[in-house]
Design a protein around this ligand. Sequence first.
Ligand code: SAH
Ligand code: SF4
Length: 402
Amino acid sequence: MSSKPIHLVRIDAQSSASTDPSVPLEGSLRPLFGLDAGSLTAVMVELGEPAWRGQQLVEALYRQRVSSLEEVTTLPKGLRERLASGWEVGRPSIAQVFRSADGTERYLVQGSGGNAETVETVWMPEGDGGEAGDGSLSDGTTETDSISLTGSRSRATICVSSQVGCAVNCQFCLTAKLGLQRNLTAGEIAGQVVSVLARHRVEVGRDRLNLVFMGMGEPFLNYDNFMSAVRLLVEEVGLSPQRMTVSTSGIVPGIERFAGEPAELRPKLAISLNAPNNEVRAEIMPINRKWPIEAVVDAVRKIKLRSRERITFEYVLLGDVTDRPEHALEVARLARRTNLPVKVNLIAWNPGPGVEYTMPSPGRVEEFRAILTAEGILTYVRKPRGRDIFAACGQLKRTVET
Ligand code: SAH
Ligand code: SF4
């Protein structure tokens, strides 16, 4: 792979312009979706209404999942009309659906305010055999228990995007080909989840739902919006952060900030390790030249893990490049050296146009898993979901053609 041009990434602090969220902009409707309880209350107070009206908006936006102001029937008609002069619900909407033979659905989600670019969100009705299917749940039940406990309400996983495109330029990833187009706002990140919950009529608290921030983009390069979205999903939508996993390519300042988040808001962490050592990793992930494996592990060490929590190492198996038996032994040594409770999620590389790697043979995948397991490392193989609709890991975004 050394013949490929490798571009180093510019890592800038990226945050959205901050204006007072409770004051609408002149001449354009501002989205209510994405505002937290405090800001929604401020909107109501600004209109001369009592503060509890803000809570009615919270209920409507995040629990009843309304998509237009007319549906907010808890507010009097006159108030809805006054609100509509400056505000709209503005939740991102599902513009297109691709359905896989395995039940996976890939959505093109349109941001609020008619933003032309769409982002991709994936619904996996039975998890992905990785984050969701790791055999143990944070409440101590096993998966078999959870299926029988929930009867026909099966588990599902939603894979969420954090940016349009990505700047990190991993050589094996299709999203990297887009470059970074823009950051998503908190409302656009949380809105992907709420739109999919609405489509599938998911009952929060009853259905088993996992979120993985593993769609397009690098969440830790859009840190503030990503964490604001998590806060909305936990505090207003009612999802548990222990059922959320965020994956990073190893953005050390992001991991350090993440370590400072309170346990009741912090999702679990997955690190895209993807290589057995720094040399191979720098070839396939140029970001490794800025933050090598040791720097990433040192940052991860700062996280105060909850009981039974593990750090996931994702490992993409690229034919001949990272899938050899000696690589598995190196990964095992590396995992042990970290002295952290880790588990490894193996992902067979998913092909895409213009990305010149090869898939590992099924035999190689199994051999890799067996070596890691024999070395005492908890290891899972992530099921490829929705490959036929380009919904599998690293295949976002293939735009509208399938
Ligand atoms: N940007 C974040 C999260 C999104 S990528 C990150 O890189 O961690 C989610 C996972 O998909 C990462 O572990 C990444 O290594 C993996 N991935 C990327 N392209 C892939 C491909 N073509 N096949 C399989 N996995 C891929
Ligand atoms: Fe970005 Fe993740 Fe793809 Fe790397 S693997 S380019 S960090 S989306």
